[in-house]
Design a protein around this ligand. Structure first.
Ligand code: PLP
Length: 244
């Protein structure tokens, strides 16, 4: 066997973990009367070596998220064939600095972390320059924790409407990282806030009708997010194990 093929042991371990995560999603969805197919699994691949990412793809994962542009760029060539064949999509789920915009447009299908008009304008200009289309989500800091990026909830609607009006970038929804607390009620309240924002923006002005996604929920809180309407859950640890 050529040694660039994903290691069979790694693939089967990751496949088992992915199945467990899909079961968790399905159970949470049916518990709240939602169609399990309405929730997509995005596998968060930050710090994972290429072999682990390829093993996830071999295990049937079709959506991955990178946090750092550098890692996105480094892994892109090896994943190019899967992306070109439509088997794999990559989202940027980490904070994007203005000076990294050029590297992202054309590589990521979606930037989930737009949190300022200036960043959205840069993405739009770059997409126009290279003739690409780019999906974006507005990241919202629903918990108000200082360590988290994202637009403040009371600024998010205005930002989303402006983002939706820019050329070549397409507002597909909203993203958040849940509150860092063991109190489920607080976590759920944050997710519900993101849903309310989406419902408020969607259909309000031109360019917002596609803004249906709610990217929320991770390994520790995905059930709460699905209960509150997540359409994308971003899972790393439950698929790959603890990060080194
Ligand atoms: C790391 C990360 C995740 C996945 O977190 P886990 O707890 O490992 O599942 C999801 N979203 C973002 C933005 C992340 O940085």
């Amino acid at each position: 066997m050529p040694d660039d093929l994903p290691d069979a042991v790694l693939v089967s371990r990751i496949r088992a973990n992915v199945e467990r995560v899909r079961d968790r999603i399905a159970r949470a969805a049916s518990d709240t009367g939602r169609d399990p197919a309405s929730v997509r699994l995005l596998v968060a691949t930050k710090t994972q070596p290429l072999a682990a990412v390829r093993a996830a793809v071999a295990a049937g994962v079709d959506l991955v998220g990178e946090n750092r542009v550098q890692e996105l760029v480094a892994k892109a060539p090896a994943l190019h064939d899967d992306v070109a064949a439509g088997r794999l999509r990559t989202h940027l789920i980490g904070h994007l600095q203005a000076n990294k915009v050029n590297a992202v447009v054309g590589l990521a299908a979606c930037v989930e972390t737009v949190d300022s008009l200036a960043l959205a304008q840069r993405l739009s200009r770059r997409a126009e320059t290279v003739g690409a289309d780019l999906e974006v989500m507005v990241q919202v800091n629903v918990s108000g924790e200082a360590s988290k990026s994202g637009a403040a909830p009371d600024a998010a609607t205005g930002l989303a409407l402006e983002v939706a009006s820019l050329p070549r970038i397409h507002l597909v929804g909203f993203m958040t990282i849940g509150a860092r607390t063991s109190d489920d009620t607080t976590v759920r309240r944050g997710f519900a806030l993101l849903r309310d924002l989406r419902d408020d923006v969607r259909g309000q002005a031109s360019g917002t009708s596609a803004a249906r996604e709610l990217s929320m929920g991770m390994s520790g809180d995905l059930e709460l997010a699905v209960t509150e309407g997540a359409t994308v859950v971003r899972v790393g640890t439950a698929v790959f194990g603890e990060r080194a």
